[in-house]
Design a protein around this ligand. Structure first.
Ligand SMILES: [Zn+2]
Length: 318
């Protein structure tokens, strides 16, 4: 049966680049066809009906005409522009946008062009909707990273030593992305880069691999342990695609700049913000300074205000 020339797809705009003076080249993530590249002729003209419909981080229903190299956009309807991610009570949320773009860049890397990709599509959709509602966005980002590795078939081994295949005992271990996961303390295969892995970090990685983004938000994680988990996941993510995650650097830059460079709307600062300064003992003792509370282990209502959870309330002047 002949493939219809025209078709419709629901998808998330991952990227939108100028192509000539008036045209946009759009990358759309769909569940049926993974990544689709489509040309939107005239979309950059002010008078175009498509203006504002093809910005990255927009869920659209798109009518397309098949082409040999690209598809061609004939009609677009915006279904969701993820406004809660892009704005805070104080106005535009630059950090929220950069987090969304980071998720979109990861999805774009791991999605395959013109091949079914329902898991990655659903994961990205979930991430864009969970992030603006969550209390611990950095943990949700770490969970998204782990889930992306999982649905893409790049999940590291977290339960048995990848060298001797023995079950891992509850103690500190080693990790090698090149070897494919965790190594017991007895094994050190030649030629692989091996880094230390704490028992708490292993527990966090296992938790992130077996939960949802929404449930991951219940995990309070900061200090050295958060740093260790973040670096491990970055090594895993950068190892497979063999490419720099550009939006990650930008997101880190925005976050680093936010508290001092971006004006704060006083009305949105949590009242307990002033109580967050680490005490002197915690500063001197790296073990105490590390915080790790698996969901259900902290007292109800216990708050852990930190800079990253507050930055989402800051208004960008960009
Ligand atoms: Zn071993």
């Amino acid at each position: 049966m002949a493939v219809p020339r025209s078709f419709r797809r629901q998808g998330i705009v991952l990227d939108s680049k100028p192509l000539g003076e008036a045209t946009l080249l759009v990358t759309l993530l769909t569940s049926e066809d993974g990544k689709l590249r489509a040309v939107a002729r005239g979309a950059r003209k002010i008078t175009s009906k498509l203006v504002g419909h093809l910005e990255p981080l927009t869920l659209v229903e798109m009518s397309l005409n098949r082409g040999s190299e690209f598809h061609y956009v004939s009609q677009v309807q915006v279904l969701d522009n993820f406004r809660p991610l892009k704005t805070s009570p104080a106005g535009d949320d630059l950090l929220g946008v950069t987090r969304g773009l980071y998720l979109a860049e990861l999805a774009s890397w791991y999605a395959v062009e013109e091949a079914p990709g329902v898991s990655i599509y659903n994961l990205l959709l979930d991430g864009l909707r969970v992030l603006p509602e969550c209390k611990n966005p950095d943990v949700v980002l770490r969970c998204f990273e782990m889930q992306m590795l999982k649905v893409s078939g790049f999940m590291p081994e977290l339960y048995r030593c990848v060298e001797c295949e023995e079950d891992l005992l509850p103690r500190n271990h080693q990790f090698s992305s090149e070897a494919g996961g965790v190594l017991c303390s007895q094994c050190r295969p030649a030629g692989f880069v091996v880094r230390p892995l704490s028992l708490d970090a292993l527990k966090v990685l296992r938790f992130l691999a077996n939960t949802t983004l929404g449930d991951a938000d219940r995990l309070k994680l900061d200090g050295e342990l958060a740093d260790e988990v973040s670096k491990l996941l970055q090594v895993l993510l950068s190892y497979w695609p063999d490419h720099e995650i550009r939006s990650r650097s930008f997101m880190d830059h925005v976050r680093a700049q936010a508290p001092s460079a971006i004006p704060v709307a006083p009305s949105v600062i949590p009242a307990e913000a002033g109580t967050h300064a680490p005490d002197s003992a915690a500063t001197q003792d790296p073990v105490r300074h590390t915080s790790f509370h698996l969901p259900g282990t902290s007292s109800p209502g216990a708050s852990s205000p930190n800079a990253s959870s507050m930055i989402g309330s800051y208004r960008s002047t960009q």
